[in-house]
Design a protein around this ligand. Structure first.
Ligand code: KIV
Ligand code: ZN
Length: 519
């Protein structure tokens, strides 16, 4: 037997499509969810939490279709501790070769207050709901939400109840990112020691990142005996997010000497997934993010550059290729052909079908005509835009001409296509972006509040593309839009319209009859 087969296997449970999608503004479309699930499956994720089926018709359909298309991974659906939730989750996941129901209830004093259940009543509820789930499905995961703020004796009692009722995995969530590594380890050790039957189930760790300790807390739990890590790509998730998949997986790989655990993840797919999730969620990865940030393998100081050129290990603890970053940098330009573009996109993590290649190639040529050299980041921006500009978007920017300069007022002449019909308007504003947004608002009346307007240069140079992010909120719903263009005002108009399209999708999720008048 090889040395590695003696090592303990840690299961990777990815919840990008459920907990990750709960990030304000990170809504993904049905097709985007299916694509991400397929990529996670190929990457070797053991369990994919595909959504919360009772939350909406859209969530239900996504979980059901991911279950139908799944190949290797267990497909999991989330349910509150209520029988209709559990039935709905089962309805969606039962199509998978390996289905799982994940049911949860908040067990800390704060959460018990909200549900108005006494400790005994909650124990009864847990018993009934877990047993119900187990009657439907052999694989049942149970979570005491806010476990790290639950009284220890009571936590032992509820975990024991869930195990007796048939749970096969017990997940211990640090729902508000409150714990610290030593405490996270002690909690798992205590449960393994005190709870009857604990050695027959798998303990999972689910950490939020409010104090920036999610990855450290998850790894500490594993060292104490947890054998499932719950995480998301890029650490996407509510508030400060979740444990990042790429961080735990690479930490276990790079520091296998002190953490002798193995995962089934093909790490060379990490970069592709990171880019895909950043693209579809509208949450760009911060430059200095561990593993997947743009600067994670960049060396700026002379000493570092010199060292890396002589021996990369001087300042690199992993190789870029380990996470799927190719060292060669083929610069693309207007003479590059389709084959080169296809191969470059593959290197960047996008396996383009013929139709998508055709579409991206047209955009690439248009960009290459305006820009001397097209860099990797330009292509990633192009990919994001081709995803965003999907034909099904109800509102699309067709034409924009802006008059700006030292003499006010600035004005924007805009044509939007709305459900296939073109509308034209001219509006004035305090600067070109303000005039453009005023024009959009005249054509698409809405009460959404502009929460964020941000501009980033994709690369250097005065011909660089600008990526614009726009965040809108309306009635508690948040939608983020992004777009890139060498013209910052055009990118702004497209980002604004993209956010409006996403806001409409959100509205339609809760109001199936949603129409433009409603926005
Ligand atoms: O953070 C949390 O407690 C959760 C539960 C639903 C597992 O996401
Ligand atoms: Zn969570």
């Amino acid at each position: 037997m090889s040395e590695s087969s003696h090592q303990d296997r840690v299961l990777i449970f990815d919840t990008t499509l459920r907990d990750g999608e709960q990030s304000p503004g990170a809504t993904m479309t049905h097709d985007e969810k299916l694509e991400i699930a397929a990529m996670l499956d190929e990457m070797g994720v053991d369990i994919i939490e595909a959504g919360f089926p009772i939350a909406s018709e859209g969530d239900f359909e996504a979980v059901r279709d991911i279950a139908k298309l799944s190949k290797n991974a267990v497909i999991c659906g989330l349910a509150r501790a209520q029988l209709p939730d559990i039935d709905r989750a089962w309805e969606a996941v039962q199509h998978a070769a390996r289905p799982r129901i994940h049911t949860f209830i908040g067990t800390s004093p704060l959460h018990r207050d909200i549900t108005a259940l006494t400790q005994d009543e909650m124990v009864e509820r847990i018993e009934a709901t877990v047993a119900h789930a187990r009657n439907l499905c052999d694989d049942v995961q149970w979570s005491p939400m806010d476990a790290t703020r639950t009284e220890r004796d009571y936590l032992c009692r509820v975990v024991e109840t869930a195990i007796r009722a048939g749970a096969t995995t017990i997940n211990i969530p640090d729902t508000v990112g409150y714990t610290a590594p030593r405490e996270s380890a002690k909690l798992i050790e205590m449960l393994l020691e005190r709870v009857p039957g604990a050695d027959e189930i798998i303990f999972a760790t689910h950490c939020h990142n409010d104090l920036g300790m999610a990855t450290a807390n998850a790894l500490a739990a594993v060292e104490a005996g947890a054998r499932q890590i719950e995480c998301t790509i890029n650490g996407l998730g509510e508030r400060a997010g979740n444990t990042a998949l790429e961080e735990v997986v690479m930490a276990l790989k790079v520091r296998n000497d002190i953490m002798p655990f193995r995962t089934g993840i093909d790490t060379t797919r990490i970069m592709g997934l990171s880019r895909k999730v950043a693209t579809v969620s509208g949450f760009p990865v911060q430059f200095n993010k561990a593993i997947v940030g743009k600067n994670a393998f960049a060396h700026e100081s002379g000493i570092h550059q010199d060292g890396v050129l002589k021996n990369a290990e001087t300042f690199e603890i992993m190789r870029p290729a380990d996470i799927g970053l190719n060292a060669t940098n083929l610069v693309m330009g207007k003479h590059s052909g389709r084959a080169a573009l296809r191969s470059k996109m593959k290197e960047l993590g996008f396996d383009l079908g013929d139709n998508q290649l055709k579409d991206v190639f047209v955009r690439f040529k248009a960009l290459a005509d305006r820009k001397k050299e097209v860099y990797d980041d330009d292509l990633l921006a192009l990919m994001r835009d081709s995803d965003l500009d999907a034909e099904h978007d109800r509102i699309q920017v067709k034409f924009l001409r802006v008059i700006c300069g030292t003499e006010a007022p600035q004005s924007a002449d805009l044509i939007l296509s709305v459900d296939g019909v073109e509308h034209r308007v001219t509006a004035q504003g305090d600067g070109p972006v303000d005039a453009t947004f005023a024009a959009v608002k005249q054509l698409i009346e809405h009460d959404a509040h502009l929460e964020l307007y941000q501009v980033h240069a994709v690369t250097g140079g005065t011909d660089a593309q600008a990526t614009v992010s726009v965040r809108l909120s309306e009635d508690g719903k948040i939608a983020t839009g992004q777009a890139s263009d060498t013209d910052t005002v055009v990118a702004s108009a497209k980002a604004y319209v993209n956010a409006l399209n996403r806001l409409m999708v959100r509205r339609e999720k809760t109001k199936p009859e949603g129409n433009l008048a409603a926005i």
